[in-house]
Structure formats: C-alpha cells, structure tokens
Design a protein around this ligand. Structure first.
Ligand code: BTN
Length: 269
C-alpha cells in the first residue's frame, strides 16, 4: 500500500530483482507516454522481438480496447502493460491464454489488496457491475501455429472518478478500497502469475485448460446461470450455461444453445 503523499513511480531495478525467475527479467521497457503499448508490442513482435518483452507505460495517448473501443489511459493513474508471448499452443486454443490472463490479474489484485474481483467472460474484471480492468489479447498466427500473442492489460488503480459516461460503468482499486496501491506491486504479482499460466499452457494445453475452466467457474459469476444480453448476430438474450471445449461462452436461449464469439455480454435485470 502507498501512503497518500507517496508518488507511485515504477522502480525498474527492483522490478528486475522481483522477476528474476521469469522470462521478463531485463525485458521491461518503460514509456512515460506512448500511443499504445499493444501497438508497439505487436510491431516489434513482427520484427522478431523475443518472448518475454514487457511494454509498460505511465500514459497512453491511443490506448486500444477490444472491438472498436479505446482504453482511457490517463497519466499516472493506471497500470498499462503489454506482454509479448510465443506460447506453444494451437491458434484454436489461444482463448485459454486470454482467459488465464483474467485469472492472473484477479490473483494479483487479491494478493496485493485482498479483495476478490469478479470476471466477466472473457476477461473483464469487475467490482459488482463496474469494470476496473480490461484485457486485449492480439494474435499473429498461421493456421496451425501461433507466431506471437500480445496480452495487453489495463488496470484502473488511482482514479477517483472517470470522464463522462464512463463514471457509471468504471471503477478503480482506489474507488473500491479507499486506498492507494502501488502499481509496481500489482505488476510484479501479475507478471509472476501470468508467467505460471503461460508456462502451464505451453507445457500441457489440455490439462491447463481444464484447470483454467475449473478456476473460472469459481471466480466468475458470469459462466453459469446469469441472464445476459449478447451484442452479436443482431443481439439475443439468454442464460449462461458454461464454456465449450475451446473456452467460448454458451448461452441457453429459447432457440437452443448458442455460442458467444465476440465477447460482448451484458447482465440483464
Ligand atoms: C478492453 O477493452 O477491455 C481491453 C482494454 C485493454 C487496455 C490495455 S492498456 C495496455 C494495453 N495497450 C493498449 O493499447 N491496450 C491494452
């Protein structure tokens, strides 16, 4: 925890020490301001940058969200980070990595703040109905082989309010707990946790996927029994009914079981 007068700066040397047992050691680059850490990470990955590169920013001027959305990335108040991975998984299994990233953030937040977040499929992190973390996983793959994946994570940490319409739907660790938390502590816990998840998936995908599925069932109120609106295929509603064998959300509707592909689900009622 930070005391109120303390500035929340990153200490890259301490970060390296804490990451000694991971592939991220010596690979964290910090940008006081950048357009988007995901865009740079994808560009460098294409040019052959190694697995384990971490792109960390204090501010993003063009933070990317899922779909056509942006990510509000004001200076100094959030954790904005992208991680370059080259997992040994089939492209069809890459959703498990994205789901595992949500579990890794949840784990990091619990480790640092002791509070338990909800996960809205696929990997939004919520306190109640308000979102405080979003994850954008981007992929470059052949049909049978993932060349690289970039996991981009934005966590609202110090915000006390949000601009315009965001105020009604967004939260932060500060708003939720009334305290300030060091982004460095969150980042260390997050990278350690994400490393374990990615390693497990590369080592034995089926076993790791089964573990992710069972942990998600315990960590998310959205996987089963939630009445939701799905904003794809013209829009439909139904009750969530678990994940399929690739990690996609199933929704029971009056017309039968449907699979959510886009990731846009909203709670009804
Ligand atoms: C979402 O829409 O929920 C995903 C938001 C992902 C935001 C993060 S912040 C770090 C990384 N860089 C980006 O431009 N986006 C991701």
């Amino acid at each position: 925890m930070l005391n109120p007068a303390e500035e929340d700066a990153y200490d890259l040397r301490a970060l390296d020490l804490a990451l000694a047992a991971t592939p991220f050691v010596g690979r964290v680059r910090f940008f006081p301001t950048i357009h988007s850490t995901n865009v740079l990470a994808m560009r460098e990955a294409e040019d052959g940058a190694p697995e384990g590169n971490v792109y960390l920013a204090d501010e993003q001027t063009a933070g990317k969200g899922r779909g056509a959305h942006g990510w509000n990335s004001a200076s100094g108040v959030g954790l904005y980070v992208s991680i370059l991975l080259r997992p040994l998984v089939a492209p069809a299994d890459i959703l498990w990595l994205s789901l595992a990233a949500g579990l890794a953030v949840r784990n990091a937040v619990r480790q640092v703040t002791s509070i338990e977040a909800d996960i809205r499929w696929p990997n939004d992190l919520l306190f109640g109905r308000k979102k405080f973390c979003g994850i954008l996983t981007e992929l470059n793959a052949e049909v049978t082989r993932v060349r690289h994946a970039v996991v981009g994570i934005g966590i609202n940490v110090h915000q006390e309010s949000f601009p315009g319409e965001l105020n009604a739907i967004a939260s932060s660790l500060r708003i939720e707990t009334g305290r300030s938390w060091a982004r460095q502590d969150l980042l260390i816990a997050l990278l350690q946790s994400l490393y374990r998840e990615a390693q497990a998936l590369s080592a034995e995908t089926a076993g790791a996927a089964a573990s992710i599925l069972s942990r998600l069932e315990g960590a998310s109120s959205w996987i089963r029994g939630k009445h939701v609106q799905v904003d794809e295929s013209g829009g439909y509603s139904g009750v969530t009914a678990g994940l399929d064998s690739r990690g996609f959300l199933q929704v029971r509707t009056p017309d039968g079981l449907r699979t959510v592909h886009s990731g846009g689900v909203r709670a009804l009622g």
